[in-house]
Design a protein around this ligand. Structure first.
Ligand SMILES: Cc1ncc(COP(=O)(O)O)c(C=O)c1O
Length: 357
C-alpha cells in the first residue's frame, strides 16, 4: 500500500494556539466608534466618521492584519518560526508587526524610502524590522525576493486583502457600520465613501451592501498619481501611474484586491484638497486625522453638496483611517508642503466657507 503521511501534530497544535491568541486579542478589543461630524442641521444630511484610528495599532489596517494572519495560519502558510514579510506603505506593516510579535514570529516590512519616520518608528516599536526600496513599485518584487531568500512567508496584502476578510460575516467593518447606524434618522446611507490602498475595504463594503440587499452606494476617492481612477474609468486593469503622495492610498498599479464592479462612483482628489480637508476635519471634529481621511472627507463633502443641490435628505458615511500623529513631519508641516509645491490655502478657505453656506 502506497501512502504519504504528512501529519504534523506539533505544527497543528502550534497553529491552534496561534489562532487562539489572535482571537483572544480580538476578544479583548472593543468596536470602533461611529462619530457624528457636525454639519448644519438645516442641511438635513448627516455625515458619520467611522473611527478606525482607535484600533490597538492605530489604523483600519488592524482589521486587515488580523484577517491576513488568520487566513495564512488556516492555510498552513505560517508556522512556528516563519519569518513574515510584507510589502506595505506603512500602516499595514505596523499592524502586522503587532500580530507577528503576539505569535513570536520575526517580521520584515518592505516599504518605499519615502515612508514617514513616524510609521517606521511604530513598526520598530512593535519589534519589526524595515527594508526600503527606492520607489513604491519595487516593494512587491523585493518582498518576494526576501521571502525566497529567508524561506519566509510573503503575506501579500495587495492580493489577499479582498479574500482574507470575511465579507458576509457579522464582524467586518461594513456590518459594524450598519449596526451602529440602526437608531439614526437615516440608517441606510445614501453613500459610503472610502479610499483604496489594497482595495480590500471597498470590496468588503461593496459586497456587503449587495449581499444585504441594500441600495447604499459606494464611492471610492482616489488621490493624484494613482492608477485606480483611470483604470476604473477606462475599464482597463493594466493601467499604471507614477504613484500617490497620500500615504496608504492610491497605487502605482491596479492591485488584485481592487474590485471595480462593486464601485458606484470614483472621484479623483487633488493632494492639496486631501491635505486641506485633513486639517479642516481635525479643526472641526477636534480629532487629529491622517491624509487619507482628508481624501475621504473631501469626497464625502462633494456628494453632500450634490445631495443638497437636489434638496435630498439622508446620510453619508466615511472613515477615519488613521490619526494625524503619524504625519506631524509631513502633511501637518507647512515647510514640508511648501517644498513640494502643495498649496492648501484655497482649499482650506473653501472648506471653512462650506459650513457657513
Ligand atoms: C492610512 C490608510 N488609509 C486607507 C487605506 C485603504 O485601505 P484598503 O487597503 O482597504 O484599500 C490604507 C491602506 O493601506 C491606509 O494605509
Amino acid at each position: 500500500m502506497d501512502f504519504v503521511d504528512r501529519c504534523e501534530p506539533a505544527c497543528r497544535a502550534w497553529i491552534a494556539e496561534a489562532i487562539r491568541k489572535v482571537e483572544a486579542d480580538a476578544n479583548r478589543s472593543a468596536d470602533t466608534h461611529l462619530h457624528v461630524f457636525p454639519l448644519p442641521p438645516e442641511w438635513g444630511i448627516d455625515l458619520y466618521l467611522k473611527d478606525e484610528s482607535v484600533h490597538p495599532t492605530g489604523s483600519l489596517k488592524h482589521r486587515l492584519a488580523r484577517s491576513l494572519f488568520l487566513y495564512a495560519l488556516s492555510n498552513g502558510w505560517i508556522r512556528e518560526g516563519t519569518t513574515v514579510i510584507e510589502a506595505s506603505s506603512g500602516s499595514t506593516a505596523v499592524s502586522e508587526a503587532y500580530f507577528a510579535r503576539l505569535l513570536g514570529l520575526p517580521f520584515v516590512a518592505v516599504m518605499p524610502k519615502t515612508t514617514s519616520p513616524e510609521k517606521i518608528a511604530l513598526i520598530e516599536f512593535q519589534g519589526g524590522s524595515c527594508h526600503f526600496t527606492d520607489d513604491g513599485s519595487q516593494i512587491y518584487a523585493e518582498a518576494q525576493r526576501l521571502a525566497a531568500e529567508t524561506g519566509g512567508h510573503y503575506m501579500d496584502q495587495f492580493t489577499y486583502a479582498e479574500r482574507a476578510t470575511d465579507w458576509r460575516a457579522n464582524n467586518n467593518i461594513a456590518a459594524s457600520i450598519f449596526e451602529q447606524l440602526l437608531l439614526e434618522p437615516h440608517p441606510e446611507p445614501s453613500w459610503i465613501v472610502v479610499s483604496a490602498g489594497t482595495g480590500g475595504t471597498a470590496a468588503t463594503i461593496g459586497r456587503y451592501v449587495r449581499y444585504r440587499k441594500m441600495q447604499a452606494k459606494l464611492c471610492v476617492v482616489d488621490p493624484e498619481g494613482s492608477a485606480f481612477y483611470d483604470s476604473w474609468v477606462r475599464g482597463d486593469p493594466s493601467v499604471t501611474a507614477a504613484g500617490s503622495r497620500i500615504e496608504g492610498i492610491g497605487r502605482p498599479r491596479v492591485e488584485p484586491s481592487f474590485l471595480p464592479t462593486v464601485i458606484d462612483r470614483m472621484i479623483r482628489v487633488p493632494d492639496a484638497a486631501s491635505i486641506a480637508a485633513m486639517r479642516w476635519t481635525s479643526e472641526v471634529s477636534g480629532r487629529s486625522v491622517g491624509g487619507s481621511t482628508g481624501t475621504n472627507v473631501w469626497g464625502a463633502l462633494q456628494l453632500i453638496q450634490e445631495m443638497r443641490g437636489r434638496g435630498e435628505r439622508g446620510s453619508v458615511v466615511t472613515l477615519i483611517c488613521d490619526g494625524g500623529e503619524r504625519y506631524a513631519h509631513t502633511y501637518y508641516d507647512d515647510a514640508w508642503l511648501e517644498t513640494r509645491g502643495i498649496d492648501i490655502a484655497p482649499h482650506l478657505a473653501a472648506l471653512r466657507e462650506t459650513l457657513l453656506t
